[in-house]
Design a binder for this molecule. Sequence first.
Ligand code: ZN
Length: 283
Amino acid sequence: MAPHEAGHGDTPALPDALPIPVVDNHAHLDIARGDAPAMAIADAVTKAASVGVDRIIQIGCDLEAAQWTVDNLDAYPALLGGVALHPNEVPRLRDEGGLEQAWATIERLSAHPRIRVIGETGLDYFRTGPEGVEVQQESLRWHIDLAKRTGKALQIHDREAHDDVLRILAEEGAPEKTVLHCFSGDINMARACVEAGYFLSFAGTVTFKSAGALRDALAIVPLDRVLVETDAPYLTPMPWRGSTNASYLIPHTVRAMATVLNVAVPTLCSALSENSERVYGPW
Ligand SMILES: [Zn+2]
């Protein structure tokens, strides 16, 4: 273990606060990691706000989590929400004969005025094998249509499926506000997304030593298209990789991004805040 690398049992220290508050564009406050229970929502929100992360998009991407998201939004003004069926959920729901009904439930939950995101939907060819491809694509198309019908932003999960994600978005006609969550493409993919008018949301992975290609991709993204997220409890930024992630750790990611983009931290913070409100509307 490197001197600054944390183990699962460690609780990361509070980073220095950001000079201008930003939005965590994608977190799963309902999900626990390892043996520890998920942090209480009030603690997660308060701790994040103390370091300049004063707004969070809570993503519920299975039926239970989507209901949890809607149930908790109104108690926490810092939260807006997203609902969808994660691509890795979809083959199982189809096998059980419950996919159509699950879509109907997501559509009903998405009507809540503080649900501003349809997501995360998309394609995951890493965790789902070839037998799941067709139904994932069908579900992605369904979510694209829902985002357009409701006027909400779309958040895309793309794992080892870059070409098909871009193709299906183009075929369907992407929603006006489309976000590539946890962007994982290379510089060519980033260019294609910028050209198509999409937003690119970067997670703690951009701080990893091995992520040179991802940093090269970030470097060409215009400031008015860039977003930041945790994907908490996963993808904890350096120097806390290996610990449980939470919104209060985003300052590490933001500072690393400012270096890559060659802009001052306050300049990037303003852009991240403005872009988020442009995509999701006011909190
Ligand atoms: Zn996620």
